[in-house]
Design a protein around this ligand. Structure first.
Ligand SMILES: NC(=O)c1ccc[n+]([C@@H]2O[C@H](COP(=O)([O-])OP(=O)(O)OC[C@H]3O[C@@H](n4cnc5c(N)ncnc54)[C@H](OP(=O)(O)O)[C@@H]3O)[C@@H](O)[C@H]2O)c1
Length: 282
């Protein structure tokens, strides 16, 4: 890692947003320290607080991805933020989620948002993105044998391309003073039902892709049977109910306001990533 101006610690650096945030910062000529459990610049394990100090050494800014697939992480993140403040970190950009401003402070992600306000020497920016488009190409919305199974009914969501989240995050980390104290709801440019999204993927791959709106209890039980921690079932239930009940995210112009470029369209995301669906199981 060459020291060129401020150094940003990127947590979750092997993940969907962190990998892209790190790449975007490097593109801008900024110094980056990538952290994940293994295989990048520094080994970092949320459940092992002894790993925090080394990751934070001589760091100026942090891209904060909280522990994934957990609901009990507020204390770990609070300890991390305390150490960050003591180590001289000046800014944290936190990856939260759309609607978190309305969540109970017992929800860990909301608790982290509030905790940031209590760490007065840390400047911060909160990003609250909609559901990621990359869920369709990389994770739980990826079609299997032409079917996307998720209990979202006819509700729509303004899915956002993770590339846009990374571009916004990099802007906040490159110029923290401009974004200090801000909280940004980040969306794509159009609200789509999962059925509409499936149709667009189907056009790209040349065969039908359909949405199946499974009973929510059965769907959550299936996710847990496939390895999702049982405690996380309540989160999956809440996320899908929000969309199914018509309370999904709605498009706004925040990505363009911050990056200067319009938010990427789902159709363009699909064209660019078509290889993700062109295999025998899709
Ligand atoms: N998907 C969506 O639609 C959506 C929408 C809004 C907000 N979000 C939020 O996005 C966040 C996830 O971000 P993402 O999608 O960029 O991440 P991701 O792709 O799920 O990757 C998780 C990252 O965290 C690292 N990690 C996993 N367990 C760890 C541990 N115990 N200690 C340290 N690092 C660990 C992983 O690295 P290794 O496995 O290599 O260690 C990886 O780099 C969540 O907080 C979620 O709430 C998601």
């Amino acid at each position: 890692m060459n020291k060129r101006g401020p150094t940003t610690l990127v947590l979750g650096a092997t993940g969907k947003t962190g990998s892209r945030v790190a790449a975007e910062l490097v593109n801008r000529g900024l110094a980056v320290r990538r952290a994940a459990r293994s295989g990048v610049d520094v080994d970092f394990e949320w459940t092992d607080r002894d790993t925090y100090a080394r990751a934070l050494d001589a760091v100026d800014h942090v891209y904060l991805v909280a522990p994934v697939m957990r609901t009990d992480f507020a204390d770990d993140v609070s300890t991390f933020l305390g150490e960050a403040e003591a180590a001289g970190v000046r800014h944290v950009t936190f990856l939260s989620a759309y609607g978190m401003d309305h969540a109970s402070d017992e929800i860990a992600t909301r608790s982290v948002e509030l905790d940031l306000q209590r760490h007065g020497r840390l400047g911060h920016t909160i990003l609250r993105p909609a559901w990621f488009m990359q869920n369709f190409s990389e994770t739980f919305l990826k079609p299997i044998e032409g079917t996307i199974v998720v209990p979202t009914g006819n509700g729509s969501e303004a899915f956002i391309d993770v590339e846009d989240i990374a571009a916004v995050a990099a802007s906040t980390l490159a110029d923290p003073a401009r974004h200090a104290g801000a909280a940004y709801d980040l969306t794509g440019p159009e609200a789509l039902t999962v059925s509409e999204a499936a149709g667009i993927i189907g056009e790209a791959v040349g065969h039908d892709v359909v949405h199946v709106d499974l009973d929510r209890d059965a769907w959550v039980a299936g996710a847990i049977a496939n390895g999702v921690p049982a405690e996380y079932g309540s989160v999956l239930r809440h996320l899908t109910e929000t969309v199914a009940f018509g309370n999904g995210s709605r498009p706004n112009g925040t990505v363009q306001q911050i990056t200067g470029a319009p938010a990427r369209r789902f159709r363009d995301f699909v064209s660019k990533n078509a290889a993700a669906w062109i295999d025998s199981s899709t």
